[in-house]
Design a binder for this molecule. Sequence first.
Ligand SMILES: Cc1cc2nc3c(=O)[nH]c(=O)nc-3n(C[C@H](O)[C@H](O)[C@H](O)COP(=O)(O)OP(=O)(O)OC[C@H]3O[C@@H](n4cnc5c(N)ncnc54)[C@H](O)[C@@H]3O)c2cc1C
Length: 437
Amino acid sequence: MIRTDGLTGRVILQGSPGYDEARINFNSRFNKFPKVIVYCEVVEDVVNAILWVRKEQIPFRVRGGGHSYEVYSNVDGGLVIDISRLLRLDINRENRTARIGAGFRLMDLYEALWNQKVTIPAGTCRSVGVSGLTLGGGYGFLSRLMGMTCDNLLEVEVVTAKGKIILANEYQHSNLFWACRGGGDGSFGVITAFTFRVHPIENIVRYKMKWDFADLEKVIRYWQMWAPHVDVRLTSQLFLHRSELSSIGVFIGSEQELKEIMDPLQEATRPKTSHFHYKPWIDVAREFAGRMVRQAKFKNSSAYAYEPLPDEAIEVLMNNLQNAPGQSNMVAFSPYGGSISEVTIDATPFVHRKALFVMQYQSYWSEDAEENKNIQWIKKFRKSMLPYTHGAYRAYCDSKVIDWSTAYFGENFARLKMVKQLYDPEDLFHFEQSIPK
Ligand SMILES: Cc1cc2nc3c(=O)[nH]c(=O)nc-3n(C[C@H](O)[C@H](O)[C@H](O)COP(=O)(O)OP(=O)(O)OC[C@H]3O[C@@H](n4cnc5c(N)ncnc54)[C@H](O)[C@@H]3O)c2cc1C
C-alpha cells in the first residue's frame, strides 16, 4: 500500500472512486495506470508533490491539459502531478500583460481574455493546455502577426526540482526562462503560472475554401510560394485529405482587403467553394476549436519545409495520401514567416525560425486493430519526406524520431542541456524525450 502522507491537493489512488476518469489523457492510443494522481489546487500542493516524489523515489510526470501526443504527461506505476486546477487569471490591460494559472485550457483562456478584448497567439483545439503548448513553442492563427506563444512569454513561476518556488524572467533565472520558451515541457521544473504579453483584438475575417483532390499539385505549388510570404495579418492553413483539400484562415483587417489579398490564390487554383465572414475573434476561435472531444486514438508527426517542396516531393506526398489507411488521415500545412521569422534562432529554444511552413502528418482511427497500419503509415510518410524537409516540432512530439534533440532544437539543444545541469542535475524530471543532464 502506497503512503501518501505529505501529498496535498485532491489525491486519487489507483482503484479509488474517480480514478478511471482521472488517469485518462487525450490520446487514447495509450492506456496508462499511475499509482496516484494529485490535482494541485494551489502552488504549495505542487511543492509537496515534488518533495514527496523525492522522498518516495517514484517516477512522476507533470500534466497540464493532457494532450501530449505520446502521453509524456502520464506514467505507469508513478505519480501524475496534475496542475489543471491552477486557474487564476490576472489581466493588466494598462501594461498589456496577463498572469495565467498554468492549468488553463485554450478555449477557456480565450474566453476569459476576450472579456477584456485581448488575446495571445496560441493553438486551435479547445482543450489543449496552455502549459504544454507554450513550453513546446506554441503556434496558431495569430502567430504570423504576433509570434509564437513562447515569444509572448514574459515570466514563469516554477517549482524547482528541490521544491522551491521561483520566478524566472529576462532578469532573474534567465537561463531557465529561456528554456521555458519552447523547450521547457517536463524537463526542468513544474511551471505553475505564466505571464504573457497580450494583444488587443476585436473583429477579424475568417475564410474557408475547398478543392478536389485532383487539384493537389496546383494548390500546393501556389500555396507554398504565397502563404509564408503574404501579408502577416493573414494566416492561411491548408489541409490535405485523400478525398478533398481545404484551407481555412484568419485575417486581421476588412473582408474587402482579404478578398483582394486572396485574389491571386483564387485565380491560380480555382477553389470549388470559398466563404468569407467578418466576425468577432472569439466566434472564430470557438468555431475552429470545434466540439469538445474527450479522447481520440491518433499518431501524428511533423517536419519543416525550409524551401518550397519540389514537384517530386509533392508527388511523394500525394502517393502517401492516396495510400492512407483511412478517410481521416491527412496532412496539415501551417505557414510561418512574419513575426515568427523575425526572432533570432538562439533567442528561444524554438529553432525553426526560418522555416516556410510546418507539415503535420496525421492519422486517426477508432479500432485497436487499425493502430499498427496507421503508425506505419505515419512512419513511412515522415521518412519518405525526409529528403525534402528538416527537423520536427517539439509540441507535436513523436517518439519515433530517432535524433529528436536535433530535430526539435537544432543548435539550441546544447544550451538546454546546460540549463538542465543548472536546475535539475539529478535528472529528477525525466521521461523518454526529456532534456538529458
Ligand atoms: C487536438 C490537438 C490540437 C493541437 N493543436 C495545436 C496547435 O494549434 N498549435 C500548437 O502549437 N500545438 C498544438 N497541439 C500540440 C500541443 O501544443 C501539445 O500536445 C502540448 O504539449 C499539449 O499541452 P498539454 O498541457 O495539453 O499537454 P500535457 O500532456 O499535459 O503536457 C505536455 C508536455 O508538457 C509537460 N508539461 C505540461 N504542463 C507542464 C507544466 N506546467 N510544467 C512543466 N511541464 C509541463 C508534460 O509533462 C508533457 O511532457 C495540439 C495537440 C492536440 C492533441
